[in-house]
Design a protein around this ligand. Structure first.
Ligand code: GTQ
Length: 351
Protein backbone atom coordinates (compact mmCIF):
# COMPACT_ATOMS: atom_id res chain seq x y z
CA UNK A 1 0.00 0.00 0.00
CA UNK A 2 1.15 3.50 -0.78
CA UNK A 3 1.65 5.95 2.04
CA UNK A 4 -1.03 8.68 2.07
CA UNK A 5 -0.13 11.60 -0.14
CA UNK A 6 1.73 14.10 2.06
CA UNK A 7 -0.39 17.03 0.83
CA UNK A 8 -3.64 15.21 1.59
CA UNK A 9 -2.27 14.32 5.00
CA UNK A 10 -1.26 17.90 5.62
CA UNK A 11 -4.75 19.10 4.75
CA UNK A 12 -6.58 16.50 6.85
CA UNK A 13 -4.42 17.39 9.84
CA UNK A 14 -5.12 21.10 9.27
CA UNK A 15 -8.90 20.47 9.17
CA UNK A 16 -8.80 18.41 12.37
CA UNK A 17 -6.69 20.92 14.25
CA UNK A 18 -8.76 23.97 13.34
CA UNK A 19 -12.13 22.30 13.74
CA UNK A 20 -12.39 23.01 17.51
CA UNK A 21 -11.86 26.68 16.67
CA UNK A 22 -14.97 26.68 14.46
CA UNK A 23 -12.94 27.12 11.32
CA UNK A 24 -13.64 25.31 8.09
CA UNK A 25 -11.95 25.47 4.66
CA UNK A 26 -13.93 27.25 1.99
CA UNK A 27 -12.29 25.35 -0.86
CA UNK A 28 -14.01 22.14 0.21
CA UNK A 29 -17.49 23.70 -0.07
CA UNK A 30 -17.13 26.59 -2.52
CA UNK A 31 -18.89 24.87 -5.39
CA UNK A 32 -21.94 24.02 -3.26
CA UNK A 33 -21.99 27.49 -1.67
CA UNK A 34 -21.97 29.33 -4.97
CA UNK A 35 -23.68 26.94 -7.40
CA UNK A 36 -23.74 27.74 -11.12
CA UNK A 37 -27.53 27.92 -10.94
CA UNK A 38 -30.22 27.66 -8.24
CA UNK A 39 -30.30 24.21 -6.69
CA UNK A 40 -33.27 24.18 -4.33
CA UNK A 41 -33.79 21.33 -1.87
CA UNK A 42 -37.51 21.92 -2.49
CA UNK A 43 -39.36 19.40 -4.68
CA UNK A 44 -42.54 19.67 -6.76
CA UNK A 45 -45.50 18.82 -4.52
CA UNK A 46 -49.20 18.23 -5.05
CA UNK A 47 -52.20 18.01 -2.72
CA UNK A 48 -55.44 16.73 -4.14
CA UNK A 49 -58.33 18.39 -2.29
CA UNK A 50 -60.27 15.11 -2.14
CA UNK A 51 -57.36 13.62 -0.17
CA UNK A 52 -56.92 16.60 2.14
CA UNK A 53 -60.55 17.46 2.91
CA UNK A 54 -61.35 14.39 5.06
CA UNK A 55 -58.36 15.20 7.30
CA UNK A 56 -59.52 18.80 7.61
CA UNK A 57 -63.00 17.64 8.65
CA UNK A 58 -61.47 15.20 11.15
CA UNK A 59 -59.43 18.09 12.54
CA UNK A 60 -62.77 19.86 12.93
CA UNK A 61 -63.88 17.05 15.24
CA UNK A 62 -60.56 16.72 17.04
CA UNK A 63 -60.03 20.34 18.11
CA UNK A 64 -61.95 23.62 18.20
CA UNK A 65 -60.67 26.72 16.39
CA UNK A 66 -60.32 28.45 19.73
CA UNK A 67 -58.26 25.70 21.34
CA UNK A 68 -56.08 25.37 18.26
CA UNK A 69 -55.86 29.19 17.95
CA UNK A 70 -55.58 28.48 14.22
CA UNK A 71 -56.95 25.11 13.03
CA UNK A 72 -54.64 24.59 10.09
CA UNK A 73 -53.15 21.64 8.28
CA UNK A 74 -49.74 22.80 7.08
CA UNK A 75 -48.81 21.97 3.49
CA UNK A 76 -45.22 20.85 3.97
CA UNK A 77 -42.88 20.42 1.08
CA UNK A 78 -42.04 16.67 1.07
CA UNK A 79 -38.34 17.55 1.04
CA UNK A 80 -38.69 20.01 3.94
CA UNK A 81 -40.73 17.94 6.41
CA UNK A 82 -40.71 19.29 9.94
CA UNK A 83 -39.87 22.83 8.85
CA UNK A 84 -43.43 24.09 8.30
CA UNK A 85 -42.29 25.28 4.88
CA UNK A 86 -43.84 24.82 1.46
CA UNK A 87 -40.80 26.44 -0.19
CA UNK A 88 -37.56 27.61 1.47
CA UNK A 89 -39.08 31.04 2.16
CA UNK A 90 -42.83 30.46 2.34
CA UNK A 91 -45.43 28.73 4.47
CA UNK A 92 -48.79 27.40 3.27
CA UNK A 93 -51.65 25.78 5.14
CA UNK A 94 -55.35 25.04 4.84
CA UNK A 95 -57.40 26.58 7.63
CA UNK A 96 -60.84 25.36 8.67
CA UNK A 97 -63.46 27.33 10.58
CA UNK A 98 -66.89 25.95 11.48
CA UNK A 99 -70.13 27.84 12.20
CA UNK A 100 -70.11 29.49 15.61
CA UNK A 101 -66.33 29.39 15.98
CA UNK A 102 -63.79 32.12 16.63
CA UNK A 103 -60.06 31.99 15.94
CA UNK A 104 -58.86 34.47 18.58
CA UNK A 105 -57.27 37.82 17.87
CA UNK A 106 -53.48 38.12 17.66
CA UNK A 107 -50.86 39.93 15.65
CA UNK A 108 -47.41 39.09 14.31
CA UNK A 109 -44.64 40.45 12.14
CA UNK A 110 -45.35 37.77 9.54
CA UNK A 111 -47.57 38.88 6.66
CA UNK A 112 -50.46 36.61 5.73
CA UNK A 113 -52.70 36.06 2.75
CA UNK A 114 -55.94 34.10 2.73
CA UNK A 115 -57.30 32.62 -0.45
CA UNK A 116 -60.80 31.25 0.04
CA UNK A 117 -61.07 27.64 -1.11
CA UNK A 118 -64.44 26.33 0.11
CA UNK A 119 -67.56 27.81 1.69
CA UNK A 120 -68.81 31.32 2.31
CA UNK A 121 -69.83 33.61 5.11
CA UNK A 122 -66.92 33.38 7.53
CA UNK A 123 -65.13 36.65 8.22
CA UNK A 124 -61.68 37.82 9.00
CA UNK A 125 -61.28 41.02 10.99
CA UNK A 126 -58.27 43.26 10.43
CA UNK A 127 -57.68 46.50 12.28
CA UNK A 128 -61.31 46.91 13.32
CA UNK A 129 -62.90 45.98 9.99
CA UNK A 130 -64.51 42.67 9.09
CA UNK A 131 -64.38 41.16 5.61
CA UNK A 132 -66.77 38.40 4.57
CA UNK A 133 -65.18 35.50 2.70
CA UNK A 134 -66.36 34.07 -0.64
CA UNK A 135 -64.64 31.40 -2.74
CA UNK A 136 -61.76 32.87 -4.74
CA UNK A 137 -61.45 36.06 -2.68
CA UNK A 138 -57.87 37.10 -1.92
CA UNK A 139 -57.63 38.61 1.56
CA UNK A 140 -54.62 40.26 3.24
CA UNK A 141 -53.50 40.45 6.86
CA UNK A 142 -50.76 43.11 6.89
CA UNK A 143 -47.74 42.62 9.14
CA UNK A 144 -48.40 43.51 12.81
CA UNK A 145 -52.15 44.12 12.43
CA UNK A 146 -54.57 42.53 14.92
CA UNK A 147 -56.62 39.82 13.25
CA UNK A 148 -59.20 37.24 14.22
CA UNK A 149 -61.41 34.97 12.19
CA UNK A 150 -65.00 33.97 12.90
CA UNK A 151 -67.97 32.27 11.32
CA UNK A 152 -71.60 33.19 11.98
CA UNK A 153 -73.08 31.61 8.82
CA UNK A 154 -73.56 28.02 7.57
CA UNK A 155 -71.22 25.18 6.61
CA UNK A 156 -67.46 24.71 6.88
CA UNK A 157 -65.21 27.40 5.43
CA UNK A 158 -61.70 26.52 4.27
CA UNK A 159 -59.01 28.87 3.05
CA UNK A 160 -55.41 28.71 1.96
CA UNK A 161 -53.06 30.56 4.30
CA UNK A 162 -49.87 31.88 2.73
CA UNK A 163 -47.33 33.42 5.09
CA UNK A 164 -43.69 34.48 5.00
CA UNK A 165 -42.97 32.48 8.19
CA UNK A 166 -39.74 30.78 6.97
CA UNK A 167 -38.41 34.09 5.63
CA UNK A 168 -39.06 35.96 8.88
CA UNK A 169 -37.50 33.02 10.76
CA UNK A 170 -34.43 33.26 8.51
CA UNK A 171 -34.07 36.93 9.41
CA UNK A 172 -34.84 36.25 13.12
CA UNK A 173 -37.23 39.20 12.92
CA UNK A 174 -40.50 37.77 14.25
CA UNK A 175 -42.62 39.22 17.05
CA UNK A 176 -46.10 38.09 18.09
CA UNK A 177 -48.77 39.08 20.64
CA UNK A 178 -52.15 37.77 21.75
CA UNK A 179 -54.99 40.28 22.05
CA UNK A 180 -56.72 40.83 25.37
CA UNK A 181 -60.09 40.05 23.78
CA UNK A 182 -61.00 37.03 21.63
CA UNK A 183 -62.69 39.05 18.92
CA UNK A 184 -61.46 42.55 18.26
CA UNK A 185 -63.94 45.38 18.39
CA UNK A 186 -65.49 46.32 15.07
CA UNK A 187 -64.80 50.01 14.55
CA UNK A 188 -65.56 50.43 10.85
CA UNK A 189 -68.29 49.13 8.56
CA UNK A 190 -67.48 46.30 6.18
CA UNK A 191 -66.22 47.56 2.84
CA UNK A 192 -64.64 50.76 4.19
CA UNK A 193 -61.12 49.91 3.05
CA UNK A 194 -62.45 48.86 -0.36
CA UNK A 195 -64.43 52.10 -0.70
CA UNK A 196 -61.31 54.10 0.13
CA UNK A 197 -58.82 52.25 -2.03
CA UNK A 198 -60.61 49.75 -4.29
CA UNK A 199 -62.19 52.02 -6.89
CA UNK A 200 -59.14 53.53 -8.63
CA UNK A 201 -59.31 56.37 -6.15
CA UNK A 202 -57.59 57.12 -2.84
CA UNK A 203 -58.07 59.46 0.10
CA UNK A 204 -56.70 62.93 -0.58
CA UNK A 205 -54.91 63.42 2.71
CA UNK A 206 -54.01 60.08 4.28
CA UNK A 207 -50.81 58.19 3.65
CA UNK A 208 -50.23 54.42 3.42
CA UNK A 209 -51.99 53.06 6.53
CA UNK A 210 -50.16 49.70 6.50
CA UNK A 211 -46.72 50.73 5.36
CA UNK A 212 -45.54 48.54 2.51
CA UNK A 213 -48.73 46.46 2.48
CA UNK A 214 -51.81 47.18 0.40
CA UNK A 215 -54.60 49.03 2.25
CA UNK A 216 -57.19 46.80 0.53
CA UNK A 217 -58.11 43.90 2.82
CA UNK A 218 -60.03 41.87 0.25
CA UNK A 219 -59.74 41.56 -3.51
CA UNK A 220 -63.10 39.99 -4.43
CA UNK A 221 -62.94 37.11 -6.88
CA UNK A 222 -65.84 38.32 -9.01
CA UNK A 223 -63.94 41.46 -10.05
CA UNK A 224 -60.60 39.75 -10.65
CA UNK A 225 -62.24 37.02 -12.68
CA UNK A 226 -64.16 39.53 -14.77
CA UNK A 227 -60.87 41.23 -15.70
CA UNK A 228 -59.33 37.95 -16.86
CA UNK A 229 -62.42 37.01 -18.84
CA UNK A 230 -62.50 40.30 -20.67
CA UNK A 231 -58.80 40.07 -21.48
CA UNK A 232 -59.26 36.51 -22.72
CA UNK A 233 -61.89 37.79 -25.16
CA UNK A 234 -60.05 40.90 -26.28
CA UNK A 235 -56.30 40.44 -26.12
CA UNK A 236 -53.70 37.95 -27.40
CA UNK A 237 -53.19 34.97 -25.08
CA UNK A 238 -49.69 34.72 -23.61
CA UNK A 239 -48.11 31.46 -24.78
CA UNK A 240 -46.58 30.77 -21.35
CA UNK A 241 -49.14 32.14 -18.87
CA UNK A 242 -52.47 32.32 -20.69
CA UNK A 243 -54.05 35.46 -19.23
CA UNK A 244 -52.22 36.35 -16.03
CA UNK A 245 -52.42 39.43 -13.81
CA UNK A 246 -50.77 40.30 -10.54
CA UNK A 247 -52.64 41.85 -7.65
CA UNK A 248 -51.46 45.38 -6.87
CA UNK A 249 -51.24 47.83 -4.02
CA UNK A 250 -53.33 50.72 -5.39
CA UNK A 251 -51.20 53.32 -3.58
CA UNK A 252 -47.95 52.24 -5.24
CA UNK A 253 -48.79 50.00 -8.19
CA UNK A 254 -46.37 47.55 -6.57
CA UNK A 255 -46.95 44.22 -4.89
CA UNK A 256 -49.73 43.79 -2.35
CA UNK A 257 -47.30 42.64 0.35
CA UNK A 258 -43.58 43.36 0.78
CA UNK A 259 -42.64 39.68 0.90
CA UNK A 260 -45.30 37.86 -1.12
CA UNK A 261 -46.48 38.42 -4.68
CA UNK A 262 -49.93 37.18 -5.70
CA UNK A 263 -51.32 36.33 -9.11
CA UNK A 264 -54.50 35.18 -10.81
CA UNK A 265 -54.47 33.59 -14.26
CA UNK A 266 -56.92 32.04 -16.66
CA UNK A 267 -55.92 29.35 -19.11
CA UNK A 268 -58.33 29.35 -22.03
CA UNK A 269 -59.89 26.06 -23.19
CA UNK A 270 -57.37 24.20 -25.35
CA UNK A 271 -54.39 26.03 -23.85
CA UNK A 272 -51.11 24.14 -24.22
CA UNK A 273 -48.55 26.39 -22.59
CA UNK A 274 -44.83 26.71 -23.26
CA UNK A 275 -42.29 26.08 -20.50
CA UNK A 276 -40.83 28.71 -18.20
CA UNK A 277 -38.74 28.90 -15.07
CA UNK A 278 -38.38 31.50 -12.34
CA UNK A 279 -36.09 31.95 -9.37
CA UNK A 280 -39.18 32.37 -7.18
CA UNK A 281 -40.80 29.08 -6.25
CA UNK A 282 -44.60 29.37 -6.32
CA UNK A 283 -47.65 27.83 -4.66
CA UNK A 284 -50.80 27.34 -6.77
CA UNK A 285 -54.43 27.03 -5.74
CA UNK A 286 -56.83 25.82 -8.43
CA UNK A 287 -60.01 27.89 -8.38
CA UNK A 288 -62.07 26.56 -11.28
CA UNK A 289 -61.71 24.10 -14.12
CA UNK A 290 -59.14 21.44 -14.81
CA UNK A 291 -55.70 21.16 -16.29
CA UNK A 292 -52.27 19.65 -16.12
CA UNK A 293 -48.91 20.89 -14.85
CA UNK A 294 -45.63 19.32 -15.99
CA UNK A 295 -42.59 20.21 -13.90
CA UNK A 296 -39.07 19.24 -14.98
CA UNK A 297 -35.68 19.64 -13.35
CA UNK A 298 -32.74 17.91 -15.00
CA UNK A 299 -33.85 14.39 -15.82
CA UNK A 300 -36.79 14.40 -13.43
CA UNK A 301 -40.29 15.07 -14.74
CA UNK A 302 -43.41 15.35 -12.56
CA UNK A 303 -46.94 15.52 -13.98
CA UNK A 304 -50.15 16.31 -12.16
CA UNK A 305 -53.69 16.56 -13.45
CA UNK A 306 -55.46 19.15 -11.30
CA UNK A 307 -59.02 20.17 -10.53
CA UNK A 308 -60.79 22.69 -8.30
CA UNK A 309 -59.26 23.25 -4.82
CA UNK A 310 -56.12 21.23 -5.56
CA UNK A 311 -52.80 22.79 -4.56
CA UNK A 312 -49.32 22.42 -5.98
CA UNK A 313 -45.81 23.82 -5.77
CA UNK A 314 -43.47 24.75 -8.60
CA UNK A 315 -40.01 25.03 -6.96
CA UNK A 316 -37.39 27.61 -7.86
CA UNK A 317 -35.75 27.20 -11.27
CA UNK A 318 -37.83 24.14 -12.17
CA UNK A 319 -39.32 24.31 -15.65
CA UNK A 320 -43.12 24.30 -15.60
CA UNK A 321 -45.69 23.95 -18.36
CA UNK A 322 -49.41 24.43 -17.87
CA UNK A 323 -52.18 23.12 -20.07
CA UNK A 324 -55.94 22.90 -19.92
CA UNK A 325 -58.39 21.31 -22.33
CA UNK A 326 -61.53 22.90 -20.83
CA UNK A 327 -59.98 26.04 -19.35
CA UNK A 328 -59.22 26.90 -15.72
CA UNK A 329 -58.43 29.67 -13.24
CA UNK A 330 -55.34 29.50 -11.00
CA UNK A 331 -54.33 31.63 -8.03
CA UNK A 332 -50.65 31.61 -7.09
CA UNK A 333 -48.20 33.27 -4.72
CA UNK A 334 -44.43 33.48 -4.45
CA UNK A 335 -41.62 35.50 -2.87
CA UNK A 336 -40.98 37.46 -6.09
CA UNK A 337 -41.19 40.92 -4.41
CA UNK A 338 -38.12 40.01 -2.37
CA UNK A 339 -36.22 38.70 -5.41
CA UNK A 340 -36.99 41.95 -7.21
CA UNK A 341 -36.08 44.13 -4.23
CA UNK A 342 -32.71 42.34 -4.06
CA UNK A 343 -32.20 42.52 -7.81
CA UNK A 344 -31.86 38.74 -8.09
CA UNK A 345 -35.10 37.80 -9.83
CA UNK A 346 -34.48 35.72 -12.90
CA UNK A 347 -36.90 34.30 -15.42
CA UNK A 348 -36.53 32.22 -18.55
CA UNK A 349 -39.26 31.63 -21.09
CA UNK A 350 -38.52 28.63 -23.26
CA UNK A 351 -39.59 28.65 -26.89
O1 GTQ B 1 -54.50 33.01 10.70
O2 GTQ B 1 -53.14 34.18 11.89
O3 GTQ B 1 -51.79 29.30 8.93
O4 GTQ B 1 -50.89 33.18 12.63
C1 GTQ B 1 -50.36 30.28 10.52
C2 GTQ B 1 -50.14 31.28 11.46
C3 GTQ B 1 -52.52 31.20 10.08
C4 GTQ B 1 -53.39 33.20 11.22
C5 GTQ B 1 -51.55 30.26 9.84
C6 GTQ B 1 -51.10 32.22 11.70
C7 GTQ B 1 -52.31 32.19 11.00
Amino acid sequence: MNAPHPTAQLRQQLYRDMDPHNLTPLWEVLHALVPPQPRTPCVPAFWKYDDVRPFLMRAGEAITAEEAVRRVLILENPALRGQSAVTQSLYAGLQLILPGEVAPSHRHTQSALRFIVEGSGAYTAVDGERTTMHPGDFIITPSWTWHDHGHEAQGPVVWLDGLDIPMIRFFDAGFAQNDASKSQKVTRGEGTSFARYGHNMAPVTSDAPYGKTSPIFSYPYARSREALEQLERNTPIDAWDGVKLRYVNPLTGGWTMPTIGTFLQKLPAGFDGKGWRQTDGAVYSVVEGEGEVVITSGETETRHAFGPRDHFVVPSWHTARLSSSKGCVLFSFSDRPVHQALGIHNEERLS
